[in-house]
Design a protein around this ligand. Structure first.
Ligand SMILES: Cc1cc2nc3c(=O)[nH]c(=O)nc-3n(C[C@H](O)[C@H](O)[C@H](O)COP(=O)(O)OP(=O)(O)OC[C@H]3O[C@@H](n4cnc5c(N)ncnc54)[C@H](O)[C@@H]3O)c2cc1C
Length: 392
């Protein structure tokens, strides 16, 4: 790195920590991000629109929904491959990246626990890029207390009847179907056995979704408020068995949280690139500001924080991939990766001085976006609870 550095040359997301078998997809993701995501990031942020054209390009490039196993038409990308792709996409733009990743959100639950019939009908079209899915867990009254969710699914003959509300649901409006986490029991002595997972096509009577109000960050992704009003689905749409919803979700989140750590790592890389370039170009007191030792130390701290977060993220990826105390490692990586993005982008803002708050600046977009991964997929306080409980 030197004073002339263009951010493409910094190579923060270098290959050396990434397992060999993930190098190819990482290179594909980088090329795609440069061609399709980076040039459009600011435009989509300002417009707050769903990036349909980029999503389609991602589907055509076989970089969207490709965690889906080959048996169902996907590439069967594993966790390290998905993490490698994620870092690249989030470095380019978090809002667009979230939309690309949410195209198959929740599918893992069906292909892991569902029947072949369910996979044929619902998973295959998502892998082919013909349909979008979503995962509906959070509710207006709580996002953190998974065992306390109130949306109900009551059995009536050979159907389930859903009533309740979900909030913050990615693709709730755009998706063809969503995986819904709903209450099927009320046993207070078995709080973790009261919920089940269902496949709910979004054109079912009684399913209503509207976009939530405009956000200050990740504006190229869209979330919805969903209402279920006597929404009837056939009993075949239950995934796995009744009461297994919480455990399925816990397993799903172990993978998801490693990926969210990658959201943080990608954002942090973007913030460092911006800060590095700016501090090496901005002249004050007859020198560029990178010549001040305080600025050099700040940049060094950003790099230390970044490498610590990335190192932990890849270590956790390996642990989760091998199913070794997965919940613990996933929560550690999620916390560190996402908080590194907050801290690094905050320092990046400071180094930009007044220009930090100009709408056109990438650092401002990264700073706003970095506020989100510390919340979603479980707020970091909840991650710390999990780390403590599963340590030792
Ligand atoms: C952009 C975005 C996309 C999302 N996409 C989806 C999606 O596709 N599907 C979906 O189901 N959900 C989604 N979510 C919801 C997300 O998972 C929740 O926002 C998150 O779980 C936190 O829930 P909450 O917002 O209700 O906060 P609350 O549960 O109300 O928590 C608020 C705060 O209280 C504190 N807190 C809560 N519980 C504890 C505790 N046990 N210990 C210590 N402190 C605590 C924390 O500071 C926390 O941030 C999304 C959210 C966002 C912002």
């Amino acid at each position: 790195m030197n004073g002339d550095t263009n951010y493409h040359d910094m190579e923060l997301l270098d290959d050396s920590i990434v397992p060999e078998h993930a190098h190819e997809v990482k290179a594909e993701a980088r090329e795609f991000a440069r061609e399709h995501i980076e040039p459009k990031a600011e435009e989509y942020y300002r417009a707050g629109e769903y990036p349909h054209e980029i999503l389609e390009a991602g589907q055509e490039a076989n970089l969207v929904a490709q965690d889906i196993p080959e048996k169902w038409g996907g590439r069967g990308l594993d966790l390290p491959q998905l993490l490698a792709l994620t870092e690249e996409f989030y470095r380019a733009d978090a809002g667009i990246a979230l939309t690309l990743q949410l195209a198959s959100f929740g599918c893992e639950i069906t292909y892991e626990y569902g029947t072949d019939e369910q996979c044929e009908e619902y998973i295959r079209p998502v892998a082919a890029g013909d349909q979008l899915s979503g995962l509906a867990v959070s509710e207006p009254e709580t996002g953190s207390d998974l065992a306390g969710m109130q949306t109900r699914a009551d059995k009536d003959g050979d159907e389930y009847v859903l009533n309740g509300e979900k909030y913050w649901i990615g693709n709730g409006v755009e998706a063809d179907w969503v995986t819904v986490y709903a209450r099927t029991g009320d046993d207070e002595n078995n709080r973790y056995g009261n919920h089940s997972m269902f496949i709910v096509p979004t054109d079912t009577d009684g399913y209503e979704a509207e976009h939530i109000p405009e956000k200050m960050a990740m504006r190229a992704s869209k979330q919805a408020h969903i209402t279920f009003d006597d929404c009837r689905i056939p009993e075949e749409n239950l995934i796995g068995h009744e009461g297994a919803g919480f455990m399925m979700l816990a397993d799903f989140f172990n993978h998801g949280r490693v990926i969210v750590a990658g959201h943080g790592v990608g954002l942090a890389a973007a913030a460092i690139e911006e800060a590095w370039e700016f501090t090496h170009g901005r002249e004050e007191f007859g020198r560029t500001i990178n010549e001040f030792q305080a600025v050099q130390h700040g940049l060094s701290d950003m790099l230390i924080e970044f490498e610590s977060a990335r190192g932990l993220t890849w270590r956790a990826c390996e642990k989760v991939h091998e199913n070794q105390n997965a919940g613990y490692w996933a929560a550690m990586a999620k916390t560190k990766g996402t908080e590194a993005a907050v801290e690094i982008s905050e320092q990046g803002m400071q180094f930009h001085g007044g220009r930090s708050i100009l709408e056109e600046r990438r650092i401002g977009r990264v700073f706003r976006d970095a506020r989100i991964p510390v919340i979603y997929e479980g707020a970091n306080e909840v991650q710390r609870n999990l780390i403590y409980k599963q340590a030792g």
